[in-house]
Design a protein around this ligand. Structure first.
Ligand SMILES: NC(=O)c1ccc[n+]([C@@H]2O[C@H](COP(=O)([O-])OP(=O)(O)OC[C@H]3O[C@@H](n4cnc5c(N)ncnc54)[C@H](O)[C@@H]3O)[C@@H](O)[C@H]2O)c1
Length: 330
């Protein structure tokens, strides 16, 4: 394994969230010294036993002086910017707040990095969702970002800002367009995998809110954040700096196939309930190309969909319900 992370000083905005905590775990395991910057106390970090090992500065990414202070105080070398509104439904319910945190928050963090620099790498979480409807599949990174819902637009803006700072300033920034992540410790019970796992653990069939037809790709969180780490390691190279990269397994699946695969992995003899109460994504088709990241940096997911779902189901079977309940009452 690369020595790159040994004693590397890293800041993760959004470290208290699902992917931020996974990233903290992977980087600490590789020898990095990691700090978080987050509004929340970091309960996802506790899931990974990192509550003390990844100290979190409590604050908002809208406060540039606070972000810059944290970067300088810890002499940060690599910054991962993950903080923000991560939920499509949340952004639709509060578009202005989502634009504030995902767009202004991104330029604020980038500017703080620029002022506190030089930094070795900055990786910004963009999103699969920014693509929206496309004429050609699989979607390469130079496809237009067509999504017009508030979340998609906020991530497309963040993606452009990341590339703009790399193009104009002495800052090696990369935009990471990862697909939907699932895995142990996902606190978002409305995510299809987490919600379905919890239903199965209650002895109930999973309920699919759509008609089961939307097609998307899903990646175990460990694979997602290992790709983030790889992008950071190479961010200063001309083939990577200032670029957007899709992080995706080769093939997407329909929501119905995904849930049936989970049910098979869990060994539950039930059929999902296709409620079809939310048809907003009926016929939605999303297939990102993973070719650029594979060709330039040799990245491939380590886990198949079945392996990732098995790991997730096992984890929630052991910890999940208790943890989710505690979290709700916290
Ligand atoms: N989870 C996925 O499947 C997925 C897919 C594509 C892209 N992404 C992107 O990856 C990033 C991380 O996703 P996640 O699932 O871990 O999200 P999450 O919601 O679990 O975590 C987000 C974190 O950001 C923090 N935060 C929110 N507003 C803040 C603010 N103003 N200042 C400081 N911290 C703030 C929250 O407290 C939370 O800990 C997000 O930018 C998301 O848009 C996620």
């Amino acid at each position: 394994m690369s020595e790159f992370w040994q004693d590397r000083r890293v800041m993760i905005t959004g470290a208290g969230g699902f992917l931020g905590a996974w990233l903290g775990r992977v980087l600490v395991d590789r020898g990095a010294r990691a700090w978080g910057f987050d509004l929340s106390t970091g309960d996802c970090l506790a899931v990974h036993g990192l509550a003390d090992r990844v100290p979190v500065t409590r604050g908002t990414v809208l406060d540039g002086a606070a972000v810059e202070r944290a970067l300088r105080e810890h002499a940060i070398d690599v910054c991962f910017h993950l903080a923000g509104q991560s939920m499509i439904e949340g952004a639709a319910a509060g578009p202005v707040a989502a634009f504030e945190v995902n767009v202004r928050g991104t330029w604020t963090v980038l500017e703080a990095c620029r002022r506190a620099g030089p930094l070795r790498a900055v990786v910004c979480a963009s999103s699969n969702h920014a693509y929206g409807p496309q004429a050609v599949a699989p979607f390469p990174e130079d496809a237009p970002l067509n999504q017009l819902d508030p979340y998609g637009v906020s991530k497309a803006c963040a993606d452009l800002l990341a590339r703009s700072f790399a193009a104009n300033f002495d800052l090696p920034v990369v935009a990471a367009r990862n697909v939907n992540s699932f895995g142990p410790g996902d606190p978002h019970t409305s995510h299809i995998v987490t919600g379905s796992v919890l239903a199965l653990l209650r002895g109930e069939p999973p309920v699919i809110r759509s008609d089961g037809s939307p097609v998307k790709a899903y990646l175990h969180a460990r694979d997602t954040v290992e790709a983030y780490a790889l992008l950071a390691e190479h961010a200063a190279e001309p083939a990577v700096r200032g670029q957007a990269f899709n992080i995706t397994p080769a093939a997407p699946v329909s929501v119905l196939e995904l849930v049936r695969t989970l049910i098979a992995v869990a060994g539950a003899g039930v059929e999902p309930v296709v409620a079809a109460t939310d048809l907003s994504q009926k016929g939605y088709f999303e297939h990102l190309s993973g070719e650029k990241l594979r060709a330039r940096l040799g990245w491939r997911p380590r886990l198949t969909l079945e392996e990732g779902l098995r790991d997730t189901y096992r984890w929630f079977a052991e910890h999940g319900t208790r943890w989710i309940t505690e979290r709700r009452h916290a």
